[in-house]
Design a protein. Structure first.
Length: 118
């Protein structure tokens, strides 16, 4: 059985502009949360089984764009396997707030960021 896409993230140096673009284009709702440095959780309005996402400010040079997070059973195992397949670790494992699990970000062999979420 394959691993499902669990989350998407859109980061920008102009997060308000990008948030307005996506919410107006697709009818999503996304309110910036000041306690999360302006990060906005996205509700696509597609129901409880839909893949959720977030839109927020860039945290480092070159990190703007769209990335997916794939649900994995064992974060460290998948990080190791990604390395064997030519990935570099962009963000080491970190805990998400409020018990939402752990994430890490790798780059695929073409340099595209891919999030892993356990």
């Amino acid at each position: 059985m394959g691993q499902p896409v669990a989350f998407f993230e859109i980061t920008s140096t102009a997060p308000e502009k990008i948030r307005a673009f996506y919410t107006e284009l697709f009818g999503w709702s996304a309110e910036a949360d000041p306690s999360m440095d302006g990060y906005a959780m996205v509700d696509t309005g597609a129901g409880p089984e839909a893949v959720g996402g977030g839109i927020g400010p860039s945290q480092a040079p070159g990190d703007t764009g769209v990335k997916i997070y794939v649900r994995v059973d064992d974060l460290e195992d998948r990080l190791s396997r990604a390395g064997e397949l030519g990935a570099d670790v962009l963000a080491p494992p970190m805990d998400l707030p409020e018990g939402y699990g752990r994430i890490a970000v790798v780059s695929d062999p073409d340099g595209n960021p891919v999030g892993l979420w356990a």
